[in-house]
Design a protein around this ligand. Sequence first.
Ligand code: ADP
Length: 490
Amino acid sequence: MTSIKLARSDLFKNQAYVNGRWQNAPAAATFAVHDPATGELLAEVADLDAAATTQAVAAARQAFAHWSSITAKQRSEYLLAWYQLIMQHSDDLAMLITREQGKPLAEAKGEISYAASFVQWFAEEAKRAYGELIPSPWPGSRIQVLRQPIGVVASITPWNFPAAMITRKATPALAAGCPVVIKPSEETPLTALALAVLAEQAGLPAGVFNIVTSNQAAAVGEVLSTHPDVAMLSFTGSTAVGKLLMKQCASTVKKSAMELGGNAPFIVFDDADLDAAVDGLMQSKFRNTGQTCVCANRIFVQDAVYDNFANKLQARVSELKHGQGTADNVTLGPLINRGGLDKVSRLVDAAVQAGAECRWRADINGLDQQRYYPATLLTNVQTGMDITKEEIFGPVAALIRFSNEQEVIRAANDTRAGLAAYFYARDIGRIWRVQEALEYGIVGVNAGLFSTEVAPFGGVKESGHGREGSHHGMEEFLEIKYVLHAGLGE
Ligand code: ADP
């Protein structure tokens, strides 16, 4: 059936998981999932339509009464059991990620640990949905604040983190007492289904965790964003689709959480530790072959250290190794699809045409040039070029020269995106000024990697709203109810 070699072959599924049952799509419709490294057909997966999605919402709605009424400790125990199973089968889950998404196996393993960390964290947080008692201004009365689960949560997730984007959304909702209906990306449904196998094994009751696989994103998305029984929609993906979903959510005044595109500035000041800055940039820029929404997109380097930094960076970029994610020592995999590759080529070609210099370009002879894009270092990039305005989503570092702090802050904030920013500096006054001036939801100061389950991840401006991870992550799924008790006696 498939060429994916797993220690536990039942983790490979091609049916959707709805209401505790594995099911085909109406009329047995399917869509194809391919290995981005080779184009090999990996699976034909159930292609659920709007009607089947409506049934999944009904199942979740039905499950809500039970799931929200059991104790927080019981929900916590289900999540912990799931966490343990995910860790136990991390090799198989990583293999599924690498085969359907393309990232190197070591990174895929890292993603599974990261994905599992949310399950564990929210298993712990489940027990901490505290209420409040507020001193009342009226005699004989008390003011209570309850935190209650919002209801059925729908999630639409992208392909770049096939496991982590699911657990980061689903587990705070589940911990809060909300059943979830998830539509994974059509590029990467196999990891999502394997997570469902393990959720089922962990004993999650029917209807609590549903995976609606589909290639009909607009139709399924319409149900999930307009159905009155969906209380909240949590989306990660492009800004364009996020805006459309927010409009659709308006019809039922549905709460939404949006993790949309970024355009991360990465600023290297002249007092920075340059070796540390190069290390941080390599982590931020090239992880997942440049396909993350927090990848450094615009690399601003101050005059005095520009040439030195570019030389050091070139040495490191030239060490990157392209290839199939399952091969040893590979650090850069294929891009997800032809559309992604065409976009990177267009941005680089236009930048070079407009005067950017191609300082380094990896040799990828021997690899399929329709699937891989060579690691590239561009210097003399100017703000205003398309490559500074769009998310590159590929292994291309674009260096922009700047001369002073005010100028670079203005340039860094000159975008509608506001997800992640990075800067390297040692001067303490500068660090405080710059971290406060950057209009971003996340700032890495002398750090190229910051994602962790214990901290709030999310953006401002058109990068979205809502936070994932940390205790703030569960708050999103809890409604506040104010209860006034009167007539209690003086
Ligand atoms: P990307 O460019 O990263 O693929 P998308 O926003 O297109 O970003 O995809 C992210 C998720 O949104 C995927 O699960 C995709 O199927 C889904 N999606 C795409 N178009 C729509 C739509 N019109 N309505 C709802 N979901 C959509």
